[in-house]
Design a protein around this ligand. Structure first.
Ligand code: ACO
Length: 326
């Protein structure tokens, strides 16, 4: 994934160069002062991921069933999760939590430590509607703010990408809005109301928040991939800088009152690899400059626009098809 992305963005880079840079940043012996495990800039989920790799914590999607045998282990974990939710969400009636956690239509992503659930996200997937409702989300008090909540949500996202359900909706408690925002949720819901109205439960005093998933992202790896990409770009810039020997004197024109200059006139900029702005592709949907200048074309375009915003009286057929934006 990293190699591919670099190739797209810097077409002139050889694969060998990229491989060399990747090898450099991967090999701590080649790095001066390799990044300590948890630097101050380490992502919130870093420690939780390490714990998972070591086998200290596990994530399982579990649920009750009326048609299949449910293992004793699953039942014990569901009881444990019901307790975690009841303690962390004191305003929710306990029997209501029990009902949903044990409802076969609901599932729970369970965070297990030493065979005991220490956190979880109870959800209901509406596959046909393309969204999942997050019903309860909690981590037990003494395990909070260790990155478990973030890593748990990332696992839930990966699980949904695999199941091709790409929207989350939740009614977030006032104090949890900050957490959900940090997990990519927003009050600006991307789904049309008709998709979810009547399906999800409304909670008084809570705020409806949504999160759209990108199927190209492995969320549990997201922060690590971004960090690695940044490292690669930094190394490539360092390499490029070491190749350019000539140091140009600074620009003096601004001191003389010039307000702006074309980028290409900056001495050395082309040698440094600058290629100028990308020319818009032919398939671009925007009208050309000539089209914008032609009053007849402009008239046609505005007419089309009016039609599109629902002006019944406007006769779309009269619009010249040759100038209509494609
Ligand atoms: N308000 C604002 N920010 C928060 C909150 C909060 N209540 N809780 C955590 N955060 C922040 C953390 O500081 C952290 O930020 P940072 O990355 O900038 O440092 C980030 O959110 C994630 O922290 P994690 O350690 O990954 O999350 P944690 O393991 O603490 O779990 C959770 C978060 C689940 C909200 C936990 O605090 C909890 O169980 N709270 C009580 C129950 C609750 O309020 N649940 C949500 C109710 S709404 C619902 O269930 C639909």
């Amino acid at each position: 994934m990293i190699n591919k992305r670099i190739k797209i963005e810097t077409e002139d880079l050889g694969e060998e160069t990229v491989a060399e840079v990747v090898a450099t940043i991967t090999d701590p012996r080649k790095m001066i002062g390799p990044e300590v495990l948890f630097s101050e800039n380490a992502a919130r989920d870093e420690a939780a991921k390490l714990e998972e790799r070591k086998g200290n914590i596990e994530f399982h999607v579990i649920g009750n069933s009326l048609t299949q045998k449910v293992s004793k282990q699953t039942m014990l974990w569901l009881i444990g999760l019901q307790n975690v939710f009841s303690h962390q969400l004191p305003r929710m009636p306990k029997d209501y939590i029990t009902r949903l956690v044990f409802d076969p239509k609901h599932c729970t992503l369970a965070l297990i430590k030493e065979n005991r659930p220490i956190g979880g996200i109870c959800f209901r997937m509406f596959a046909a509607q393309g969204f999942t409702e997050i019903v309860f989300c909690a981590v037990t008090s003494n395990e909070q703010v260790k990155g478990y909540g973030t890593h748990m949500m990332n696992h839930l996202k990966d699980y949904h990408v695999k199941n091709n359900v790409l929207h989350f909706l939740t009614f977030a408690d006032e104090f949890a809005i900050g957490y959900f925002k940090k997990q990519g949720f927003s009050k600006d819901i991307q789904l049309s109301r008709s998709v979810y109205q009547g399906y999800i439960k409304d909670y008084e005093g809570a705020t409806l928040m949504g999160c759209e998933l990108n199927p190209n992202i492995v969320y549990t790896e997201f922060t690590a991939v971004i960090r690695r990409q940044k490292e690669i770009i930094k190394k490539l810039i360092e390499r490029k800088q070491s190749e350019i020997r000539k140091v140009h004197p600074g620009l003096t024109c601004f001191r003389d009152g010039v307000r702006e200059i074309p980028i290409e006139s900056i001495p050395g900029i082309r040698e440094a690899g600058w290629k100028g702005p990308a020319t818009p592709s032919r398939s671009s949907r925007s009208p050309t400059h000539e089209q914008q200048q032609d009053p007849e074309c402009l008239h046609s375009m505005l007419k089309t626009l009016l039609c599109n915003v629902g002006q019944e009286s406007c006769c779309c057929l009269a619009v010249s098809s040759s100038c209509r934006p494609k």
